[in-house]
Each structure stands twice: as structure tokens, then as C-alpha cells.
Design a protein around this ligand. Structure first.
Ligand code: ADP
Ligand code: MG
Length: 254
């Protein structure tokens, strides 16, 4: 395997709640290698989103650490969260309006990225004119324009119909190859994990942490694929967590 981009060592995460504490993981180790696509799967509530936010630096750990090796991360959530009063292009440049990102790309860079990602035909469209798949491409472009080394995606295609989902998976793999990105993608969908992942990591419930990781080269053989599926019996296909105004604000302001 290649060199590390992100390394989680002995991570412990407890949320303090009014109805008691929730321990999400207690001794979690995970390596993300440069240039790979790591697919993170696991039953609802096992802590995938928490781990992704930890990787993004949006969520503090209660114990342990994340080694970043100087990499920058960018995050994409399930909902595209485009601003309806801004064009596609203006939504993409929104990523640059944060102070830390301001110098990350010029207008010419933005145009180049829009072309590279196949978004030129819709650059002047408004969000309400886009399909769900197009909207999510724009959301990913809005993050990519800030030039992250590692792209972190939390169930990015879960709200899309199967055809759009397949198209976006291919598009993501192209984008990753074009830009040399490292990708961590959380998904409920094992087929998606096997299709886009170079490795698949299975997270368990009950603070189990990462139960197992597979090289997809091996996982494409039927035995390992069946093993992943049987270990992942619990609530595959559970409906995705709804995005509420409150949770959105939490994600954006965290
Ligand atoms: P997943 O993405 O795998 O569905 P999450 O990371 O969203 O899991 O949640 C893991 C556990 O932590 C769940 O029990 C959830 O209720 C709890 N949790 C997540 N976020 C918070 C929070 N901000 N405050 C308290 N508990 C939380
Ligand atoms: Mg989640």
C-alpha cells in the first residue's frame, strides 16, 4: 500500500447527551492511503458520519488522534445544499468565499475545473433547473475547487435514482483520476462500495470500530463479497437520515 494521507490512531468518541453519554467508538484505528478510494460501510448509527467529520476536522475526538501528514480535506454531504439564488458557477465559487480558501483558485482555474468536470453546459443554469445528479456534481465541484487532497463524502449518492447513482460513481472515479484525489466515501450500498472502492472498511455497531477491511481486488471475488454482505446484514437499505435545518446548520457551522 502507498503512503498514508490520514491516520486515525486509538480514536475514542463519546457524545455527552441529556439522556446519557453515547460512545460511538473506543479504540478505532484507520489508515487512509494516498490516492486510494476507501469505501466506509456499516449499519445506520454505527458512527460513519462521526468518523468522517473527525477526518474532516469538524468533530473533536474524546481520545486518540488523527495524523494528517499535511493534507487538506474537503467534505460533501448527502444533500447538495446549493444556494437557489446563485447560478451553478456562482455556487461552485462559493467554496472559495471562505477566507482560508480565497487564494485557492482564480476565475480561470474555476472555468478550467468546470470544463474538466463536464459542467460547462450547465454553468449558467440555476439550481432548480438541475436534476438530483447534476446538483450533486455541482456540490462536489464546490468542494473540489478548494483543492483538497482528500475528498470526504458522506452518502453522497444515497438520494439519487439507480441510473443517476451509477453515472455519478463513474464521474467520481474520473474526477479522482483527473485530479489525483484521495477519496473516503461513506455508503449504505455494498454494490457502490465494491464498485468505487479500492478498499472497503466495515464499521461495526456497539463501539466496535473498524471490524474489517478488504482490498477490493480480493472482494470482487465472490467469497469475499459474500462475506462483506453477510457481515453487513443489519439494516442494509435503511432510509437515510433526514437532513433538517438544524442538522444542516450544525454541519455547516461546526
Ligand atoms: P452513522 O453515520 O453511521 O449512521 P453517526 O455517526 O451519525 O452514525 O452516529 C453515531 C452515533 O452517535 C449515533 O448513536 C448517533 O445518535 C450519535 N450522534 C451522532 N451525532 C451526535 C451528536 N451531535 N450528539 C449526540 N449524539 C450524536
Ligand atoms: Mg451517517
Amino acid at each position: 500500500m502507498g503512503t498514508g494521507a490520514l491516520r486515525v490512531v486509538g480514536a475514542h468518541k463519546t457524545y455527552a447527551g441529556r439522556r446519557g453519554d453515547v460512545t460511538v467508538f473506543t479504540d478505532l484505528d484507520l489508515d487512509v492511503y494516498r490516492g486510494e478510494v476507501l469505501a466506509l460501510v456499516g449499519p445506520s448509527g454505527c458512527g460513519k458520519s462521526t468518523l468522517l467529520r473527525v477526518l474532516a476536522g469538524l468533530e473533536p475526538l474524546t481520545g486518540g488522534r488523527v495524523e494528517r501528514a499535511g493534507v487538506r480535506t474537503g467534505v460533501v454531504f448527502q444533500e447538495p445544499l446549493l444556494l437557489p439564488w446563485r447560478s451553478v458557477r456562482a455556487n461552485i465559487t462559493l467554496g472559495l468565499s471562505y477566507r482560508a480558501n480565497r487564494s485557492r483558485a482564480s476565475d480561470a482555474d474555476v472555468d478550467e475545473l468546470i470544463t474538466l468536470l463536464g459542467l460547462a453546459p450547465i454553468a449558467d443554469a440555476w439550481p432548480d433547473q438541475l436534476s438530483g445528479g447534476q446538483a450533486q456534481r455541482v456540490a462536489i465541484a464546490r468542494t473540489v475547487v478548494t483543492r483538497p487532497d482528500v475528498l470526504l463524502l458522506d452518502e453522497p449518492f444515497a438520494a439519487l435514482d439507480p441510473a443517476a447513482r451509477l453515472a455519478l460513481q463513474d464521474w467520481l472515479l474520473d474526477l479522482r483520476a483527473l485530479l489525483g484525489l484521495t477519496v473516503v466515501i461513506v455508503t449504505h450500498d455494498i454494490d457502490e462500495a465494491l464498485r468505487v472502492g479500492d478498499r472497503v472498511a466495515l464499521m461495526g455497531t456497539g463501539a466496535a470500530g473498524i471490524e474489517h477491511t478488504w482490498e477490493v481486488r480480493d472482494a470482487r471475488t465472490q467469497d469475499v463479497s459474500a462475506e462483506i454482505r453477510s457481515r453487513f446484514r443489519t439494516d442494509v437499505g435503511a432510509s437515510p437520515q433526514p437532513v433538517t435545518a438544524g442538522s444542516l446548520a450544525h454541519e455547516l457551522l461546526a
